[in-house]
Design a protein around this ligand. Structure first.
Ligand SMILES: [Zn+2]
Length: 111
């Protein structure tokens, strides 16, 4: 990876961090325990529970992506940046640009 690619990836990471941070905030809000004021009717309560399950799954997924991105940012100036956390080979820069939360190369990710 050359310095131009690295800079592009860094920008992609930062963009995604911002996106995920606001998404996590929304999801945390959506998965808050429901107050009595909002407990209207059985049907909406069931909707609420269904949505909450989906939102909680999204929240966990977003948090783990954010963690992976922060991990990249913390090692951006080290020689570990862009390397697969399993086999230590360089991850294809195009893959990182497209999916900056990747921590594995394509070979390891598909294993
Ligand atoms: Zn690998």
């Amino acid at each position: 990876m050359d310095s131009k690619e690295k800079e592009e990836i860094r920008m992609a990471i930062e963009e995604k961090v911002n996106e995920l941070t606001s998404r996590i905030k929304d999801l945390q809000e959506a998965t808050k325990p429901m107050g009595l004021d909002n407990a209207v009717g059985r049907l909406s309560r069931m909707d609420y529970i269904n949505n909450k399950t989906i939102d909680e799954a999204n929240l966990r997924q977003s948090e783990s992506k954010l963690k992976a991105l922060q991990r990249w940012l913390s090692m951006i100036d080290t020689d570990k940046f862009g390397k697969c956390s399993r086999c230590n080979k360089e991850i294809n820069p195009k893959r990182l640009l497209f999916m900056p939360e990747s921590t594995h190369c394509i070979q390891c990710a598909s294993r």
